[in-house]
Design a protein around this ligand. Structure first.
Ligand SMILES: C[S@@+](CC[C@H](N)C(=O)[O-])C[C@H]1O[C@@H](n2cnc3c(N)ncnc32)[C@H](O)[C@@H]1O
Length: 282
């Protein structure tokens, strides 16, 4: 499990750094390129898909586990009319950005989901690429991961009302690279950019949701993540001089290598992306 220090390696380089190359709302996860080639629009399509997957209405009380810089709850509250929402993150700089957005109806907390104790239950949950932080490669090798994922689904079950739905998104690891340099690069980014975590296998989710959530729908979006990462890389490179001057060569070089590796990883089926609609088992 990523601890706070590890999470801050991934997300606390600087809010201004991520603002340069993510979409304007700073979604740091796969966009959904349906009927558009524009990153901003594709991110909204992703958030709309998850809104529908979680069966959110303006009267739903909504939880976002791993809320990033607040893009999802900003969308749910400002576009979809949700009036009561809570977002949790482990990153203090993400939390500062969320609070500064002053989103009516949304509250943000810095907490580990394992310590989160809501005073009131939720009608809907969204969690976008947070589960990757739950188990380390070592824990997966030791076979401890399914229990950890199941505990996460159990908590989400305890925090919700009967009839709740859950819009979930996770990166998947599919095929092991046969080309040595690809293996080296993927291994490097696992430890250097996202320490403490590992993407999941689809079968991990299938095993771990039981007996708490029923899988109603799964969509895989491999090409969409390839396209998202390619666009992040293009935008980041367009600010190369500024990034090198402000945050140093190492930051630019590391993020260039990481985003290149992601584009390749999705192209080569080493990785994929899945979106799920889950229904609470009552
Ligand atoms: C890849 S980011 C995704 C952020 C956001 N959902 C988005 O789509 O842009 C993963 C998020 O999970 C959060 N996170 C990681 N471990 C966590 C934990 N144990 N408890 C709560 N949040 C956690 C991070 O702080 C970060 O906000």
């Amino acid at each position: 499990m990523s601890n706070q220090e590890e999470v801050e390696v991934s997300y606390d380089v600087s809010n201004d750094f991520f603002r340069l190359w993510l979409d304007e709302k700073m979604n740091y996860t796969c966009a959904l390129y349906i009927d558009t080639d524009n990153l901003e629009e594709a991110q909204n399509k992703k958030l709309e898909w998850l809104h529908d997957a979680a069966h959110i209405t303006p009267d739903s009380r909504v939880l976002d586990i791993g809320c990033g810089w607040g893009a999802d709850l900003e969308y749910q509250c400002n576009v979809k009319g949700v009036k009561d929402a809570v977002g949790i993150t482990l990153s203090r700089s993400q939390h500062a950005e969320c609070v500064s957005r002053d989103i009516p109806g949304a509250e943000f907390l810095v907490t580990d989901y394992r310590d989160f104790k809501p005073t009131k239950k939720f009608d809907a949950v969204i969690s976008i690429c947070m589960m990757e932080h739950i188990s380390t490669p070592e824990e997966v090798r030791e076979g401890k991961h399914i229990k950890a994922y199941r505990d996460y689904f159990k908590k989400a079950h305890e925090w919700t009302n009967p009839g709740a739905y859950f819009g979930l998104q996770t990166i998947l690891r599919n095929r092991v690279p046969r080309i040595k340099q690809h293996l080296v690069d993927i291994n490097w980014l696992t430890y250097a950019i996202f320490p403490g975590g590992l993407s999941l296998r689809l079968e991990d989710i299938v095993k771990a949701v039981n007996p708490y959530w029923e899988i109603m729908e799964v969509q895989t979006r491999r090409e969409h993540y390839e396209k998202t990462c390619a666009e992040w890389l293009r935008r980041m490179r367009s600010h190369e001089d500024h990034i090198r001057a402000t945050w140093g060569d190492q930051v630019f070089d590391d993020y260039d290598r990481y985003l290149r590796t992601c584009v390749l990883g999705f192209q080569e089926h080493y990785q994929s992306l899945a979106q799920y609609s889950l229904r609470r088992i009552d």
